[in-house]
Design a protein. Structure first.
Length: 260
């Protein structure tokens, strides 16, 4: 049962063809490549719109190579992207500058439209980059990539334990909520939320106690601050070609556009 649970955690979040060349890339290569796409897109002004096109082309090529369906990407970006786009759509009404256009009782300004377009393009590219990384690389592999890139170990460990025990905490909350419902708890207004507050307090104490027990159990098994890995990460020719190709495309467009 434990091995089955670990296997399911290892595969959580993947989409597309898990045997594709993109899925088999070293996590460091995908982190560097997709993070570079985001950084280049965010740093480019609206005047260099070909940079956005180049970044979008890279993302489309990665999604096609991994056989990730648009529906799978939408399921991951719909939590964040619509809110960012809605906020961006409000900018033309409050950012003044340039020509103005009347839309009923409201007026939009050219400077605000430019900001809205830039924010929308950068938000779409950045969110899709993160979604593609998540659909082609499991979270444990992403953490291994960050650890191999010498990201501070404390951050990696916190993220690893949060990911591993988030499922445990969710199940615990579900059991406590079911216990409240079985005892007839049906809150009708905010003044009846006292039991939920006590449940949150009990959940915090249980989580702290569980974490302490797990930590002592790990120390008893020889834990020294690093997670042992059976197969070390190795950069292959395909990984180097992936990073080189992505950087060559987006940086060349960025540099040529800035020099023009």
């Amino acid at each position: 049962m434990s091995g089955l649970c670990n296997h399911s955690l290892e595969l959580t979040g993947l989409a597309g063809d898990r045997a594709s060349a993109v899925h088999r890339l070293d996590p460091r290569a995908k982190i560097i490549g997709l993070l570079s796409v985001t950084i280049v897109a965010v740093s480019a002004p609206l005047e260099l719109w070909p940079v956005y096109v180049a970044c979008a082309a890279v993302l489309v090529a990665v999604a096609a190579g991994a056989r990730v369906r648009p529906r799978d990407l939408w399921r991951r970006v719909r939590v964040v992207l619509p809110f960012v786009l809605v906020l961006g759509a409000l900018v033309p009404f409050v950012r003044k500058g340039g020509a103005s256009y009347d839309i009923g009782p409201l007026a939009v300004h050219e400077a605000g439209l430019a900001v809205c377009a830039a924010v929308s393009a950068k938000a779409i590219i950045g969110t899709l980059s993160a979604a593609l990384l998540g659909t082609t690389t499991t979270f444990p592999q992403v953490l291994r990539g960050f650890e191999a890139m010498h990201v501070p170990r404390l951050f990696v460990l916190i993220a690893a334990f949060m990911y591993r025990y988030l499922f445990v905490i969710v199940e615990e909350v579900g059991r406590m909520r079911a216990a409240l419902v079985s005892r007839g708890y049906r809150p009708r207004h905010a003044l009846q939320g006292g039991p939920m507050g006590r449940m949150a307090t009990a959940m915090f104490l249980r989580t702290y106690s569980r974490g302490e027990r797990v930590y002592h159990a790990m120390l008893a098994r020889g834990y020294n601050g690093t997670m042992p890995q059976l197969v070390p990460l190795t950069l292959r020719r395909a990984d180097i070609l992936f990073v080189t190709g992505v950087l060559a495309l987006i940086l060349s467009v960025r540099i040529v556009g800035a020099a023009a």
